[in-house]
Design a protein around this ligand. Sequence first.
Ligand SMILES: Nc1ncnc2c1ncn2[C@@H]1O[C@H](COP(=O)(O)OP(=O)(O)OP(=O)(O)O)[C@@H](O)[C@H]1O
Length: 339
Amino acid sequence: MEHAETDPYAQVEERDYEAALRPKTLAEFDGQPRVREQLALVLDAARHRGTTPDHVLLSGPPGLGKTTLAMIIAEEMGVGLRISSGPAIQHAGDLAAILSGLDEGEVLFLDEIHRLSRPAEEMLYLAMEDFRVDVIVGKGPGATAIPIELPPFTLVGATTRAGMLPGPLRDRFGFTAQLDFYDPADLSGIVANSAGKLGVSIHPDATDEIARRSRGTPRIANRLLRRVRDFAQVKGHPQAHRAVARAALELYEVDERGLDRLDRAVLGALCNLFDGGPVGLSTLALSVGEEIETVSEVAEPFLIREGLLVRTPRGRVATRAGYAHMGLRPPAQNPALFD
Ligand SMILES: Nc1ncnc2c1ncn2[C@@H]1O[C@H](COP(=O)(O)OP(=O)(O)OP(=O)(O)O)[C@@H](O)[C@H]1O
């Protein structure tokens, strides 16, 4: 999903780094106060009733803490966690195997749940509602459905696109949370905590600088912290202060507002190649050599939120602020441009 690291060794390192920094409990989870409070209530209610918590749907852009929250739910309930994802489950049989292997009370985390195949999705309806799956044996008129009882479990589904989930699936989640981008103060706290876990000495000015450039996303904040830490170490600064953070982030092409290479490429292409638009998503993605999903789910939500780009029915359009940010002058006559 994320575009930054493509080297497999770097990916493993990145995963270990993320795992080391993941908050383990709800109390350690910074930001998203509403979601935290609501989720705490869902978990408390389940503890009171002595049942498994309701199924939970988490939606929001990548890197905001969906996987982390799934892990926290299992940790807080003192149960095991199984992890899979929509694209990994090709056939309904794959899902039946996962479900029937669950232990009582376990949490099943399904990432990218909007990408489940139709038969798997239908199997999930029954599993979520009645803790049962019907396994079809045989073909044609002789086929029979063998019901398999499942232990009660909690499904935690994650999606970057809640709108793409079919209604019947969405309706079967007892609790739905939309994760929002984090504000800089929360991100600054996350960076300070992460620095503490890593034993990195960092000045609050530098955590603020990192937070401001992290696009509202903890994953990016932690990643930028790593760049700043490396830079400070290599250049021999015992403490990372603001100037060190700025120099490190400039080196890695993260600008003042947090736009990275991909964001600038998308916005630059929109302004320079397409006169500000409107242009279709697939053409725009092609022009920057990226997957459509990467552009629409990683770059665009941030550019839209910053008021630099707008999605219209006719395609993507740059705003005047977008032009200004790229240091470009908007074309005199493009009636489609937004203010
Ligand atoms: N609220 C938070 N407080 C502290 N750290 C956080 C928080 N949310 C996320 N993180 C950190 O950000 C990183 C990414 O989080 P996570 O993997 O949970 O995101 P995600 O929403 O599941 O992303 P994706 O959709 O790409 O899988 C992790 O290292 C995690 O520790």
